[in-house]
Design a protein around this ligand. Structure first.
Ligand SMILES: Cc1cc2nc3c(=O)[nH]c(=O)nc-3n(C[C@H](O)[C@H](O)[C@H](O)COP(=O)(O)O)c2cc1C
Length: 212
């Protein structure tokens, strides 16, 4: 494939890191998932929420001009077709930091987009509860969550000092989440898929049904 063709088909996938902790394992897991999206031909970007100085969502920001960090976050997520949400398991759910960031956005940033989920946990049970919760949030935002997801139990022993996965299987799984997001985001925005949908929606109801 030529470089021009590849660039023309590139979709943008961003990853939002739901942990602010320096040395965060969530961030390491997210990096591996973003690498999978890049391998699948996506342009990728990392959203490190520490750099955005986000206020707490009051639900009242339509009446005032949001601070620059909120506008920047919205612009960056709006420009993406795929979004990886990464979170630590905190008390049986996803992090408040991530929820606050999501609450500062809405349908304009998420509707119709592909979402991939990645979670880490300190304990042996993994981050399943956090990921289940995020799946519901994504549905409420009218986004599509890909079936593959990655939950990392005992994350403190999963990465080496350079932040890479010690286990090749885990790295593959994290990468697969990113790959699926990139693939389905591309499929979803493809001209042929749009054409199919237009034909499907304009087709007669139950064509040929009367003769059966
Ligand atoms: C407030 C808080 C709550 C936590 N709750 C859980 C939990 O319910 N289950 C679990 O397995 N680990 C829990 N942990 C451990 C974190 O999931 C673990 O430290 C994880 O690595 C944090 O993500 P990070 O490395 O990206 O900061 C909790 C940690 C914190 C700070």
């Amino acid at each position: 494939m030529t470089k021009v063709k590849r660039a023309a088909r590139a979709v943008r996938v961003v990853g939002i890191c739901g942990s602010l902790r320096p040395g965060s394992y969530t961030r390491m897991a997210l990096d591996a998932a973003l690498a999978g999206a890049a391998e699948a031909g996506a342009e990728t970007g990392l959203i490190d929420l520490r750099a955005y100085e986000l206020p707490m969502c009051t639900g009242n920001d339509k009446k005032t001009t949001p601070p620059p960090g909120v506008l920047r976050l919205r612009d960056e997520v709006r420009a993406a077709r795929g979004i990886l949400l990464a979170t630590p398991e905190y008390h049986g759910g996803y992090s408040g930091v991530l929820k606050n960031a999501l609450d500062l956005m809405g349908f304009e940033e998420f509707e119709g987009k592909m979402i991939g989920l990645v979670g880490v946990a300190g304990g042996k049970m993994g981050a399943g509860s956090a990921l289940d919760g995020l799946r519901e949030v994504a549905r409420a935002l009218h986004a599509w969550v890909v079936p593959e997801q990655a939950s990392i139990p005992q994350a403190w022993q999963a990465f080496d000092e350079k932040g890479r996965c010690k286990d090749a299987e885990l790295e593959k799984r994290l990468g697969e989440v990113g790959r699926q997001v990139a693939h389905f985001a591309r499929l979803h925005t493809a001209e042929k898929a749009g054409e199919f949908l237009r034909l499907f929606e304009s087709a007669a109801e139950n064509p040929g049904g009367e003769n059966r």
